[in-house]
Design a protein around this ligand. Structure first.
Ligand SMILES: Nc1ncnc2c1ncn2[C@@H]1O[C@H](COP(=O)(O)OP(=O)(O)OP(=O)(O)O)[C@@H](O)[C@H]1O
Ligand SMILES: [Mg+2]
Length: 310
């Protein structure tokens, strides 16, 4: 296979080649210098004219099944997210939102079906009719394109803020320490924590820790960013800063975002598509204006009424 190492990813070894997709701007480019992506409401499968190839979706789930013991949480789930889309998943507790993000982070393993990232198999591929697990090496190559910010920050408590951000770019992407530190400092400035590089994470507020976690995810130059209720562990007065940082990421980069949130105003502002889940199935799919102002399905109406009342 031909190597396709992006010049925007310094330090990524040629042997890491084909899975490292080119990007418009590299890790050293400030967020604001990246052009925002054109927004497609529906993930394209074929070009409108029927001619010429169309880029594959950034994320595609095909018939994904996930069980925990006897509990089938996802039962043949299909959906796709076009490159540059910002898709919010809403739905009641236990409907499978986190499970989808954890599958996309390879923190859980699906029981059937396929996940594709940029058209590439992510954890399994089909060989004839057989579903075969990818090797760890192939998984880790595609996995690098996906970043996640968790509800509970998940920072390394024994490291400084800077060390938290630099760790993965150096050890996973192979970027030089000097470059990683430079980029980490840029990102810390962008999330408003330029003066906290040497602080221990335990010395920061929850909102500050979450902004470090966002900087840490961005330091990996992800093509896809998964956000799972990133403000729900925060005191209300800290929520706005974190959402402000994420709004800026959404406005100034082309990163595909899959967002789980109860912050409906944020979902409305940032996303171009909303999927309502119940029992692991998509019960409604719409643009945010329609979903939040005129939902079609009774289940969505009930859910939004409960969330907006709470
Ligand atoms: N590690 C696990 N072991 C067993 N069951 C699990 C595990 N993780 C999730 N589940 C089950 O899978 C279902 C979906 O859970 P999931 O966390 O994806 O829901 P959710 O939509 O994110 O809910 P919430 O809004 O409360 O975060 C639930 O029934 C849950 O109990
Ligand atoms: Mg959840």
């Amino acid at each position: 296979m031909a190597s396709a190492v992006s010049p925007s990813r310094p330090g990524v070894r040629p042997s890491d080649g084909p899975s490292v997709a080119p990007r418009d701007a590299g890790p050293t480019a400030p967020l604001a210098s990246r052009p925002p992506a054109p927004r497609a409401v529906v993930a394209p499968c074929a070009s409108p004219s029927g001619s010429g190839p169309v880029a594959p979706p950034a994320i595609e789930l095909r018939g994904v099944v996930k069980r925990f013991g006897a509990n089938t949480v996802l039962d043949g789930l299909d959906f796709s997210v076009a490159k540059g889309d910002r898709v919010t998943l809403i739905g009641p507790s236990g409907s499978g939102k986190t499970t989808i993000l954890r599958l996309l982070m390879t923190l859980e393993e699906s029981d059937a079906g396929l996940i594709l990232v940029d058209g590439d198999p992510y954890t399994h591929e089909m060989k004839g009719r057989r579903r075969v697990a990818l090797s760890e090496r192939r998984r880790s190559l595609v996995r690098k394109r996906v970043g996640m910010v968790f509800q509970q920050f998940n920072l390394f408590p024994n490291m400084t803020v800077l060390e938290n951000i630099v760790e993965a770019p150096v050890h996973v992407l192979g970027i030089s320490k000097e470059q990683a530190v430079h980029r980490a400092k840029e990102l810390l400035d962008q999330v408003g924590l330029g003066d906290k590089a040497d602080a221990r994470c335990t010395q920061l507020s929850g909102g500050q820790q979450q902004r470090v976690a966002i900087a840490r995810a961005l330091a990996m130059d992800p093509e896809i960013l998964l956000l799972d209720e990133v403000t729900s562990a925060l005191d209300p007065e800290l929520v706005a800063d974190v959402l402000g940082v994420l709004r800026e990421v959404a406005e100034t980069t082309d990163i595909t975002m899959l967002i789980v949130t109860h912050e409906m105003q944020f979902a409305r502002d940032v996303s171009n598509r909303v999927l309502m889940f119940d029992h692991g199935r998509i019960v409604e799919e719409a643009d945010p204006e329609t979903m939040f102002s005129a939902p079609r399905e009774e289940r969505t109406q009930e859910f939004l009424k409960a969330v907006l009342a709470g």
